[in-house]
Design a protein around this ligand. Structure first.
Ligand code: IPE
Ligand code: IPE
Ligand code: MG
Length: 235
């Protein structure tokens, strides 16, 4: 562990991209990449906890990823399913609040979806009092999140809203916006991730495919983050 985290870096988010290409490069089916991606996800989360990051968010499955072949979606859901079981086993010895951010209703109608929703909600409430947080974005879409926030505000009787009202109705509330967003896989885009929250985030893009990401490269991204001057529109 070489980097030191301070109050400037409370929240790191990851767009975990490149699993499919990683597998294809090896002549393997895409789900093989998701399997290795899931291993990497555990390693990187563990590392973020070790170095003292307060909030870590990972983009695991987007609202648009349902358009993928059923076989691939099923493989990802299977990985999520076994990860949930693992979280249950680990939760007591672990200072982590598990949160699942996204439109959970999208699991309705998916075989086994009900059990996934139930366990995600249970894990969230059972780990609520821990000091570190992991937001796992599943069935997540940034535009969907903003629309959901507006609809909740309407149902609460609001006819006019402020930025604070909207912010407090985002899936990620009450946590601070991501300071640093790391995207693997080589593409220079946000792909509908944390659209509201990324207004002043620092981005680190790397062509490294997610299963190949190393903790050394996370250190490099963090060092680069600390070398930047965040101006927030000022001077
Ligand atoms: C990211 O890897 C994981 C998910 C979107 C679920 P991809 O599956 O998008 O991998 P590439 O980008 O096709 O290589
Ligand atoms: C973003 O990756 C979503 C996740 C990492 C879960 P995608 O592979 O879905 O993004 P695009 O399609 O390249 O924009
Ligand atoms: Mg991709």
């Amino acid at each position: 562990m070489s980097v030191k985290i301070d109050e400037r870096l409370k929240h790191i988010a990851f767009i975990m991209d490149g699993n499919g290409r990683w597998a294809q490069k090896r002549g393997m089916p895409r789900y093989y990449g998701h399997k290795y991606g899931a291993k990497k996800f555990r390693e990187i989360l563990e590392y973020c906890l070790d170095i003292g990051v307060l909030v870590t968010t990972v983009y695991a499955f987007s609202t648009e990823n349902w358009t993928r072949p059923k076989k691939e979606v099923d493989a990802i859901m299977k990985i999520l399913d076994s990860y949930l079981d693992e979280c249950y086993d680990k939760k007591d010895g672990y200072d982590v609040h598990y949160r699942f951010v996204g439109d959970m209703s999208l699991f309705d109608g998916y075989e086994g979806g009900e059990s996934i929703i139930r366990r995600m909600n249970e894990l969230d409430s059972l780990t609520f009092s821990k000091t570190r947080t992991i937001n796992i974005a599943v069935n997540y879409g940034g535009r969907d999140e903003i629309v959901n926030a507006v609809n909740r505000l309407i149902s609460e009787g609001y006819s006019k809203v402020t930025k604070d009202d909207l912010a407090s109705h985002m899936y990620t509330a009450p946590y601070p916006d991501p300071d640093l967003i790391i995207r693997t896989g080589g593409d220079l885009r946000v792909s509908n991730f944390l659209l509201w929250q990324c207004a002043y985030s620092e981005f680190y893009f790397t062509s490294t495919l997610w299963p190949d990401l190393t903790t050394e490269e996370v250190d490099k991204a963090i060092e680069e983050f600390y070398s930047r001057k965040r101006r927030y529109g000022g001077v």
